[in-house]
Design a protein around this ligand. Structure first.
Ligand code: HEC
Length: 388
């Protein structure tokens, strides 16, 4: 999807729609016109504009983009009638013509059912501690139906009216985080069977923070499953946040380096520094060895979260690289020396960066090639598109 020439305008359109809806919600909230649920302003309508469907249906996305252009021109024509008196009637006649001529998209594609939490943002910062908390809650509340691996084959699954979906596939990335939160807390209903409940809601048992932790855990777990099954991260996954100590300075959060590339090295072996990346040594929870690394993280939750995402019980020796936006992009398997752009696990289909005439010289080393490709292909379709 990233590779198509449409990618740029589509990314812009989807981001614009999401931003406009969010601003509308904020404005309503500022005017006191909307209630709060689960700690954030509630979306007051039963429907919302869907960026995620536009990603799938390019024809409708194009229609919507053109319709927005037509509507904008119509609005401009209306505005002009106020200032420009003589051609007023021509301008006024133009408005309905434009509105009729616009290639309106199909409403069932562009508008999808919303929940009051559709625009809620997760407050967890995708912290390792939240992922670890989610893991415990998942074992306690969800395994019976969804199965330990999230594939929907828990012991109770066969007895349900609707089979639980595969949570290790792209499903979670096609949903707004807030909709996931809502469904965990309030359950799901089957629209085809007269609104019969299909999954119970957990609002009586779990709080908001716990439901957000479950969302984090399910994503980390899904990323690890993909890596094991496909050898890549087809859905973008963030670098979990964790506390890091550098020298004698007070601990700071990993997210505070956003804007720089970060490399996590799991284990006790101190890696050589590289000026192109912030390097953090992630030590095993029980490690008592002294270390000379500049920056160190050593919480058990951080180790657990990255083991999940890397889909392995043997994390020691693994290296992970996150881009400037905080997305995990590359993995170096244990024992592997040197990098190549093949290590990029979250990538688009676009051809590798072309080093044509007049362009900068190709980077001499594998890590340089990897970084060049990572920078040239940022993760897109995040705002409102949910997947890239
Ligand atoms: C009694 C069985 C059962 C339990 C327990 C259960 N689920 Fe589900 N879950 C389902 C079924 C069935 C569906 C499919 C619902 C549908 O498509 O209508 C589902 C759907 C989902 C979905 C997808 C929703 C979507 O947007 O399509 C998520 C996410 C989910 N469950 C998370 C959880 C979490 C987290 C827990 C534990 C807190 C949990 N489930 C516990 C049966 C269960």
């Amino acid at each position: 999807m990233n590779s198509t020439p449409e990618a740029d305008w589509l990314n812009l359109l989807i981001g614009l729609l999401q931003g406009a809806q969010l601003q509308l919600l904020r404005a309503l909230d500022a005017l006191g016109l909307t209630q709060h649920v689960h700690g954030q302003p509630a979306w007051p309508w039963a429907r919302r504009l869907s960026g995620e469907n536009l990603l799938i249906d390019l024809g409708q996305a194009r229609s919507l983009a053109w319709t927005l252009v037509f509507v904008a021109v119509a609005a401009l024509a209306l505005l002009l009638t106020l200032f420009w008196r003589r051609p007023r009637y021509y301008l006024l006649a133009l408005v309905p013509m434009l509105l009729i001529a616009a290639p309106w998209p199909e409403s069932h594609v562009v508008l999808v059912p919303a929940t009051p939490a559709s625009f809620h943002a997760s407050p967890t910062g995708f912290a390792a501690a939240s992922i670890a908390q989610g893991r415990v809650l998942y074992q306690q509340n969800c395994v019976a139906c969804h199965g330990a691996d999230g594939k929907g084959e828990g012991p109770l699954a066969a007895s349900l009216a609707v089979w639980p979906p595969d949570l290790s596939g792209p499903l979670l990335w096609r949903r707004a985080d807030g909709d996931l939160l809502w469904r965990i807390l309030h359950g799901t209903r089957d629209a085809q069977r007269g609104g019969q409940p299909t999954m119970p809601g957990f609002a009586g048992k779990l709080g908001e923070a716990e439901a957000w932790a479950l969302v984090d855990y399910m994503k980390a777990q899904g990323a690890g499953q993909s890596l094991r099954a496909l050898g890549s991260w087809p859905q973008p996954i963030g670098l979990p946040d964790m506390a890091v100590r550098c020298g004698s300075q007070p601990p700071r959060l990993l997210a505070s380096w956003r804007g720089q590339r970060v490399r996590i090295v799991a284990g006790d072996a101190v890696p050589p520094e590289d000026p192109r990346l912030v390097t953090v040594l992630l030590r095993p929870p029980s490690s008592a060895m002294a270390t000379s690394a500049d920056c160190v993280a050593d919480s058990a939750a951080a180790w657990e979260a990255l083991s999940l995402i890397a889909g392995t019980d043997q994390l020691a020796g693994t290296q992970l690289i996150a881009d400037r936006d905080g997305w995990l992009r590359a993995r170096g398997a244990p024992g592997k020396t040197g990098w190549s752009d093949d290590d990029l696990l979250c990538r688009s289909e676009r051809a590798p960066v072309a080093w044509g005439q007049g362009a900068a010289a190709p980077p001499a080393d594998g890590l340089g090639a990897l970084i060049a490709r990572m920078d040239a292909q940022p993760v897109r379709f995040v705002e409102g598109g949910f997947i890239h």
